[in-house]
Design a protein around this ligand. Structure first.
Ligand SMILES: Cc1ncc(COP(=O)(O)O)c(C=O)c1O
Length: 421
């Protein structure tokens, strides 16, 4: 059936239609994606826990209720167990586990379930923050290269989004200050800064402590909401310790931290969260337009955490990623060393690779596609201007795929040199 409803689309939907876009050639070496390692998925634990939580049949309901089989009566909520609120905030048992886990990992005392709302991945967490704080025409700030969906959420809310320069240490504070003044000069109220300070996507940088403090001082001065995306902060392989999170350093309750189980357990769960002051969490629940995350999966994850399995899983995964990073880095040096420039990141899932100026990137992408290799071009991260970088995700590929795919990528790059080197 075909119809043409496009003239009826909202202004937000017009021009944003997502069309099936799989490339015509098969992709065997998918370094385009930022997925975690499937071999780290805790399949056996989930096989055990997914049916186990069904011992309470309300696990397949919208929310917790208490059924008394002897009387045949159901209690929908009471003083000591939640009911309706779970459809806004998510399963309370998992919110409690997350609050405890963040308290331990981030060194932030006193967090409770009230500080956490569960979301469909960190992506929805960011979207809720945008919905709760941005009115059309207000100012938002993001790093010059950033997570596409964060940019999109802000744009969809009508924000005037400005990009803050990055260098090899992450967000440049002077640039942030300049953008703030620019917004003010344009009569725009700067409201929200979205940032990925630890193992930044896509560049892999870690914002030093001093800059974190300067960022927070500016946020205080300009009365900004800071949305800290902590997605990769626990994937740390070597090098200096990662400085405390913005959420940890914040003393004025203006930092909201988004995170999710997508990379630390598995992306198919689609469970993330945002952590912040309880009144803000309530405001996020207020702008939510769905009925929360899966009760069943939230209970499975809560049990998984209650058994103390999350930290050992992350530690084991770090070993896997460290190995893959080293293989990917060595292969890229061996097969394309003269055509690219990159540093080995101390964490995260990506190599951020600058191209030699003689490489014709458009051609190289096509050549690579012909060989079944995909990487992600810088413009996917909202870079302005032409793409002279690409991101190579090493997280989910096997060691064999990394070695062979990067060898083929080297072939594609060599075939795309404009003038012989
Ligand atoms: C920086 C960053 N934030 C958020 C997300 C979204 O993750 P989720 O699957 O939890 O929505 C990603 C996914 O790649 C990411 O790289």
């Amino acid at each position: 059936v075909s119809s043409d409803l496009t003239p009826l689309l909202s202004s937000a939907a017009r021009g944003r239609i997502v069309r099936p876009s799989d490339p015509p050639t098969p992709v065997t070496f998918d370094f385009d994606a930022g997925w975690p390692a499937p071999e780290a998925f805790p399949i056996d634990d989930f096989k055990r826990l997914a049916p186990a939580v069904l011992a309470d049949p309300t696990a397949l309901g919208y929310r917790s209720v208490r059924h008394d089989s002897s009387s045949g009566l159901t209690t929908y909520h009471s003083r000591d167990f939640p009911g309706r609120q779970e459809m806004s905030f998510g399963y309370t048992g998992l919110r409690e586990q997350v609050a405890r886990w963040i308290s331990g990992r981030e060194g932030v005392q006193g967090l409770t379930a009230d500080n956490v709302i569960l979301t469909s991945g960190a992506t929805q967490a960011i979207a809720l923050a945008a919905a709760a704080f941005i009115d059309p025409g207000e100012g938002a700030l993001v790093e010059a290269l950033t997570y596409t969906y964060a940019f999109k959420s802000l744009e969809l809310r009508g924000a005037d989004v400005r990009r803050v320069a990055l260098d090899e240490h992450g967000l440049v504070i002077e640039s942030l200050e300049e953008r703030l003044h620019e917004l003010r000069a344009a009569g725009v109220r700067p409201k929200l800064l979205y940032t990925i300070p630890s193992f930044h996507l896509p560049t892999g940088t870690v914002l030093p402590l001093e800059r974190r403090k300067q960022l927070l001082a500016l946020a205080d001065e300009w009365d900004l909401v800071v949305v800290e995306d902590a997605m990769y902060s626990h994937f740390h392989y070597d090098g200096d310790p990662v400085p405390p999170s913005l959420f940890n350093l914040d003393t004025s309750g203006r930092v909201l931290q988004t995170h999710s189980f997508s990379k630390i357990i598995a992306p198919g769960l689609r469970i993330g969260w945002i952590c912040g002051p309880p009144d803000v969490i309530g405001a996020l629940a207020g702008v939510r337009e769905d009925l929360g995350v899966s009760q069943w999966l939230a209970r499975v994850v809560a049990e998984f955490m209650a058994e103390g399995r999350l930290d050992p899983l992350i530690e084991a995964a770090n070993g896997i990623y460290r190995g893959k990073r080293d293989i990917a880095g060595a292969a890229l040096r061996e097969h394309a060393g003269e055509l690219v420039r990159f540093t080995i990141p101390h964490g995260g899932f990506y190599l951020w690779v600058a191209l030699h100026e003689d490489v014709d990137w458009q051609r190289a992408e096509l050549e690579a596609a012909e060989l079944g290799v995909a990487v992600r071009s810088a413009d996917a991260f909202r870079q302005e201007g032409s793409s002279r970088h690409f991101r190579l995700g090493f997280g989910h590929s096997s060691e064999t795929e990394l070695r062979e795919g990067i060898r083929l990528l080297g072939t594609a790059l060599a075939a795309s040199v404009r003038t012989p080197l």
